[in-house]
Design a protein around this ligand. Structure first.
Ligand code: UDP
Ligand code: MG
Length: 152
């Protein structure tokens, strides 16, 4: 499994509900490495680019209203297979269909307030990381306990 990076964002509802620590902790405990982290209130332009694939969908305007309504906690996580694994940790888009144990399964009920975003593939991860972060905001570092989490 190759080392990858993925973009994850705690949406404004997750921040407002005080779930930042809970959500960050799940990725940390899993063993992924945090390489970028910031709080940002997105402009409509940034939100529109981020959700550009959904531009023609009926929920698009409401989604942009919601995502720009308050701060988002934007993150880049790194690790073996992190793109697909983050999607698994996050759970299904509809929280009522998300398995218990997943973030959406445990912490949300409404599709329009599903607390977290995660890139859905390698191309989207690349696009979204570069959209939300500059190169200087990303940190290459070696956790001191790395040998306990990966085979060397
Ligand atoms: N969304 C919504 N209504 C819908 C479908 C999607 O409000 O009928 C929102 C929801 O917040 C979702 C986001 O649009 O997380 C992006 O949709 P996508 O299908 O890409 O889901 P995700 O990748 O977030 O699981
Ligand atoms: Mg998506």
């Amino acid at each position: 499994m190759a080392v990858e990076r993925t973009f994850v964002a705690i949406k404004p509802d997750g921040v407002q509900r005080g779930l930042v620590g809970e959500i960050l902790g799940r990725f940390e405990r899993k063993g992924f490495k945090l390489v970028g982290l910031k709080q940002v209130t997105a402009s409509r332009e940034l939100a529109g680019e981020h959700y550009g694939v959904h531009r023609e969908r009926p929920f698009f305007a409401g989604l942009v209203d919601f995502i720009t309504s308050g701060p988002v906690v934007a993150m880049v996580w790194e690790g073996d297979g992190v793109i697909a694994s983050a999607r698994k940790l996050i759970g299904a888009t509809k929280p009522l269909e998300a398995e218990p144990g997943t973030i959406r399964g445990d912490l949300a009920v409404n599709i329009g307030r599903n607390v977290i975003h995660g890139s859905d593939g390698a191309d989207t991860a690349h696009f979204e990381i570069n959209l939300w972060f500059s190169a200087e905001e990303l940190n290459a570092w070696t956790p001191s306990d790395q040998s306990w989490r990966i085979e060397s």
